[in-house]
Design a protein around this ligand. Structure first.
Ligand code: PRP
Ligand code: URA
Length: 216
């Protein structure tokens, strides 16, 4: 089931991203390498997802002359990791957008019901005025992503200003997120085949939080 007809959905099929994703999918990739490569992929994704940030003109003085050049303008950026695993994607994005604020949404997926349980939300005060990059390596059933975005909208975020960025998505999760929040942009490094009976993404990369933090 990976025929999807969903607007606002992009798979970043850049060769560097695909190569690095293959490294972290492998079961023998250890915690240190996993963390480093997630960081690298996130930096590459930041380059792609920031393509539509607005620019304005500014007059500057080079060593030779005055000149009108471009600078980032308009909405400021906030990166919002979904805890825990989203934390692994933050530093890579901040390398390219160092002035971004960081907010946190803490959710875990109950192992029996698979329902997301919210346990922590701390956001910049002005999220209504910011462009928001919500990050989580995995979009599986979509429950966590929908709950995290609900939490942001409830606190004033503009759905049109939200991009959800993940490393691996299941078609089921993309559909659920799109149906709940059609205005939110969904960006993934890979669209996998589907979910197994435990709602893990297949082929996937396993439990992203455990692999990042070495907790299994
Ligand atoms: C993982 C992952 C997502 C969620 C995706 O987190 O990082 O947040 O599962 O699954 P879903 O799309 O079916 O909701 P998990 O709940 O394992 O929590 P953790 O990051 O604390 O390990
Ligand atoms: N959460 C993960 O970490 N991995 C999956 O495959 C699904 C949910």
């Amino acid at each position: 089931m990976n025929e999807l007809n969903v607007e606002n959905f992009h798979v970043l099929d850049h060769p560097l991203i695909q190569h690095k994703l293959t490294i972290i999918r492998q079961k023998d990739c250890g915690t240190k390498e996993f963390r480093e490569v997630v960081d690298e992929i996130s930096m590459l994704m930041a380059y792609e997802v920031s393509r539509d940030l607005p620019l304005s003109e500014v007059e500057i003085e080079t060593p030779l002359t005055k000149s009108v050049q471009k600078q980032l303008s308009g909405k400021k950026v906030a990166v919002i990791p979904i805890l825990r695993a989203g934390i692994g994607m933050v530093d890579g994005i901040l390398k390219l957008i160092p002035a971004a604020r960081v907010g946190h949404v803490g959710l875990y997926r109950d192992h029996d019901t698979l329902q997301p349980i919210e346990y922590f939300v701390k956001l910049p005060k002005d999220i209504a005025e910011r462009r928001l990059f919500v990050v989580d390596p995995m979009l599986a059933t979509g429950g966590s992503a929908v709950a995290a975005i609900d939490a942001l909208i409830k606190r004033g975020a503009d759905p049109k200003a939200i991009s959800f960025c993940c490393l691996v998505a299941a078609p089921e999760g993309v559909q659920v997120l799109h149906d709940a929040h059609p205005e939110v942009k969904i960006i993934t490094a890979a669209l996998d085949d589907g979910l197994n009976e435990d709602s893990y993404i297949v082929p996937g990369l396993g439990d992203a939080g455990d692999r990042l933090f070495g907790t299994k």
